[in-house]
Every structure is written in C-alpha cells, then in structure tokens.
Design a protein around this ligand. Structure first.
Ligand SMILES: [Zn+2]
Length: 281
C-alpha cells in the first residue's frame, strides 16, 4: 500500500490518567493505548500504515505535538482515541447510567461527517450501546473556524483535515468501562474500526506479505540452526524449503513494507544481515 493511506493514531492521555471514578481498574490512557496497538495491527492486515503518537505507554506528548504529527508524517487520517465521562451532578456524584459513543470530527471539512457516522455506528455496535452522534465543536466565538479539541485542531491545521476524536462510550458507565478492560473486546473493536477505515480508503485485506530473509542454506539442519540463533535474539521466523538443496531463513511477515524495513533494522541490530523479500499468501 502506498503512503497515501497512512493513519496517525493518538491514544489519549497517559499511563496514569484518567482513572474512572466509578471503576478504579479503568485508566483511559492505558486502555486507549492498548486499543491503539490493536488498531495498528488490524490496519496492517489491510496494508494500511499507521503511526502512534505515544511511542510507549508512559509517553505523554502535548496535544499540539500529537496533532501535528499527522501533518508531519503525511497522514490522510488522524484518530484520537478516548472514552467519555459525564460531568458531576450537583452533589458530586456521577451519572453512571449514561452510555454510548460520540465521534467528533474536524469542522474544516464537512466531508468528514460520513466517516464519523460509519465509525460511530461500528463502534456502538461492537460495544453494544447506542451511537449518540457525530459532532463538530467550535474553538470560540472569535475562532468559529477552529476546532475546539487541541489534537483535532492541530492535526487539521498541520494539513490532515480528516481529523477525529472518538469517545468510546463512557468510562463512568460500568458496562462500557468493563467492556474496554477486556483485551479480546479491544481486539474486536479495533477490527471493526479498521474495517470501516479500509472501506474509507477503498482497500481490501492485503494479500501481499513482506518478509526479511536473513540466510540461505543447502541443508535444512543448517537453516534450522540459524533460525534458532535468530529466535534466541527475539526474532520470529521460519525455514522455507525451496528445493532439496536450498533452504531460506525468513523472519517477520508484514503487509506494510515499512514494517518489514523496521524489522530488518531490528535484525541488523541483533547481528543478522538480510534483505526484504515479497511473498504471496
Ligand atoms: Zn479522554
């Protein structure tokens, strides 16, 4: 897939915020980070390249940095991942009954609403609650043409107008927060989102695989021995029998070439030489 399909994924907040006031196990910045990793993986299945604004779960770049990354890396889509919390009632309590998904989209392009609706419906369906709607939000009376949310505003102003902030349910609602605490649910959610995004880009699941070849041997035993050395360094791979006299050792399997390049760099750092090969599946 070409660079034109790149997506910047922004898991909101950081490793310690926001803790749900009604479900202490739930930390928005942790669960959204996990969702971002699953989404990147699900997009990779379609050959869609992505970059996550937080390079580790601990990282907490500014809202401006997160948004501007989309312009910098040439993304065609920016998604900030969040879960919602309702305001406190007058007595300080939370309304735990409120549930459902909202999608905010950049007001800089009215064409953004279609994808917002599609994402919202897919997420609400996966989470088993209602889609509450797609909205825009203005910065202020003085700046009606600016987006309210910092990440959305910065993404749009840096050149990625297809910028969205998704509230995946309300983490003050027990059903919503418990749903988001499950890794298998997050995987399903990511797959549902990736499917919508792939349709938006007009791409199907990629048939192409890129692998890193690190060696070729005349015997299966030598190839297996070499693979074991790679595995000892944390690299995953396999031996491919080409003929009774040729066995190739290949590691990784990616539909995005860039990801194979990164794996090759990792292999080189671990002391293996190699190159990228294309394989059908
Ligand atoms: Zn948030």
């Amino acid at each position: 897939m070409t660079m034109s399909c790149k997506v910047t994924i922004d898991p909101g907040h950081n490793a310690v915020s926001n803790v749900s006031p009604t479900n202490k196990k739930y930390i928005e910045g942790v669960q959204m980070y996990k969702l971002a990793l699953y989404l990147a993986e699900a997009l990779e299945e379609y050959g869609i390249e992505s970059e996550i604004t937080r390079k580790s779960i601990q990282e907490d770049p500014s809202l401006a940095e997160r948004g501007k990354l989309a312009g910098k890396n040439g993304s065609k889509l920016f998604l900030s991942l969040h879960s919602n919390a309702p305001g406190t009632n007058k007595d300080g309590s939370y309304d735990t009954s409120i549930s459902g998904t909202y999608v905010y989209y950049s007001l800089t392009d009215s064409g953004n609403k279609d994808l917002a609706d599609s994402l919202g419906k897919a997420i609400a369906s996966a989470m088993g609650h209602k889609f509450r709607g797609s909205l825009t939000r203005e910065y202020s009376d003085q700046h009606k043409d600016w987006d309210y949310y910092g990440v959305v505003r910065n993404a749009a102003q840096s050149g990625c107008k297809a910028a969205y902030l998704i509230e995946h349910g309300f983490h003050t609602n027990l059903k919503d927060s418990n749903f988001l605490l499950s890794d298998s649910n997050l995987t399903k959610l990511a797959q549902a989102e990736a499917k919508v995004i792939a349709e938006y880009f007009g791409v199907g699941k990629s048939q192409k695989r890129y692998r890193v070849q690190i060696g070729a041997f005349t015997t299966n035993a030598s190839a297996k021995n070499y693979l074991a050395q790679a595995q000892a360094k944390g690299l995953n791979g396999f031996v491919i029998k080409v003929s009774s006299k040729l066995y190739r050792v290949q590691i990784g399997s990616f539909s995005v070439r860039d990801n194979a390049e990164k794996y090759l760099a990792q292999a080189k750092a671990a002391g293996f030489n190699g190159f990228i090969v294309e394989a059908g599946i």
